[in-house]
Write a protein that binds this ligand. Structure first.
Ligand SMILES: Cc1c2[nH]c(c1CCC(=O)O)Cc1[nH]c(c(CCC(=O)O)c1C)Cc1[nH]c(c(CCC(=O)O)c1C)Cc1[nH]c(c(C)c1CCC(=O)O)C2
Length: 344
């Protein structure tokens, strides 16, 4: 890596405000792109795509060929971790991910010893991306944060209220804490390996940081995220981390202070002036356009893009959506979004 080349997105993560905010789009490689759908069909299954470096590199780079984005995000999924721990994951069309829900015995049977071996193809993808990516582009690695991954492991599928996992945490406290320990340790190994393979920064996707009371938020979100950041930095000093606790707005300042993440992701339901009043101007933020506005385009999109750029003008800001891009998004609207942010 050439240390002289400037990476605007990485610099922003490290706290340096840029004149124009760098940008990427959560879930930027995906079904809204015809070339993704084509490669996906070639791969067969979704996990096969994640575990085939040649194809995973290809889909990672597809959005950067179309749009002038400042970062590539490793193409993989948060659910490769349960898969690597011995809880198989299936992706069925129209269903989202499906797993056989874990019970206490299932937690005891999880096997961390071969997880990194299982994830070797993903790490090979990172190495190949590092070798191919233009030097001014930031390479983002990621994993799901433990609570979010656990909601799928315990519930067996996505759910609107994460009831099964929230109940399990209270009903089987010891087994739940054991599961958190396993996920924390595996995530540290996995993220350290991604940084070692050439990722510039890693993001913790805590997509289900909502529906939690104070005590549950502290136990299930803040503490595991903090342990990962601390454990990772014990291995990779100053490892740059983006935390995205979706739905955790009331805890934004506490989350940042407790976990030590460099950047905090802001979901689209969080008011801009709340962020301004809650986080000091030196605190880097990422977000927060509603993906629906990108589907709509026109003034619905442009007015809110302007509001976000204005609200975060005085601080390090990475422009992004407030959650992942959805399949029905018109490509022309993404082109327009990039043009708007680039001319800010
Ligand atoms: C909760 C979660 C998952 N996966 C992820 C999260 C956290 C972010 C969020 O909340 O959206 C994260 C994720 N998933 C994927 C990426 C790849 C990198 C990127 O381009 O951002 C990333 C960073 C690819 C994917 N992961 C998935 C797809 C679609 C699969 C397909 O091609 O059929 C892609 C491109 C499948 C997936 N994977 C998951 C679900 C619920 C689904 C089904 C719903 C859906 O399709 O969006 C779990």
């Amino acid at each position: 890596m050439n240390p002289v080349v400037h990476k605007p997105l990485l610099a922003t993560v490290l706290g340096q405000r840029q004149d124009r905010p760098p940008m990427w789009i959560m879930r930027q490689a995906g079904r809204y792109l015809p070339e993704y759908r084509q490669t996906r069909a070639r791969a067969g299954g979704f996990l096969e795509l994640c575990y085939t470096p040649e194809l995973a590199v290809e889909v990672t780079l597809q959005p950067l060929r179309r749009f002038d984005l400042d970062a590539a995000i490793l193409f993989s999924d948060i659910l490769v971790i349960p898969d690597a721990l011995g809880q198989p994951v299936r992706f069925e069309p129209g269903e989202g991910p499906l797993l056989d829900p874990l019970d206490e015995k299932g937690i005891e049977a999880l096997d961390r010893s071969r997880a990194l071996e299982h994830l070797a193809p993903v790490l090979e993808t990172v190495r190949r991306l590092r070798a191919t990516l233009a030097p001014d582009k930031t390479l983002i690695g990621f994993c799901g944060a433990p609570w979010t991954v656990a909601t799928y492991m315990l519930g067996g599928r996505g759910s609107p209220d994460q009831w099964a996992a929230r109940r399990f945490a209270l009903e089987h406290g010891k087994a739940f804490d054991r599961l958190m320990d396993i996920l924390v340790e595996t995530s540290i190994d996995y993220l350290a390996a991604q940084l070692d393979a050439g990722a510039d920064v890693v993001q913790l996707f805590e997509s289900w940081a909502l529906n939690l009371d104070d005590a549950a938020f502290a136990r299930q979100v803040m503490e595991p995220n903090r342990r990962i950041v601390e454990g990772l930095r014990a291995r990779v000093p100053d490892a740059p981390v983006i935390g995205f606790p979706r739905g955790g707005a009331g805890n934004l300042a506490r989350y940042v202070a407790h976990t030590g993440v460099n950047v905090v992701g802001i979901d689209y339901a969080t008011p801009l002036d709340f962020v301004r009043n809650t986080l000091p101007p030196s605190q880097p933020v990422q977000g927060n356009l509603d993906p629906l506005r990108l589907v709509m385009g026109g003034d619905a999109m442009e007015s809110q893009v302007e509001a976000i750029l204005t609200a975060f003008r005085d601080r390090p800001h990475i422009f992004n959506l407030g959650h992942g891009i959805v399949p029905e998004t018109p490509i022309a609207h993404v082109e327009r979004l990039v043009e708007l942010v680039k001319s800010a």
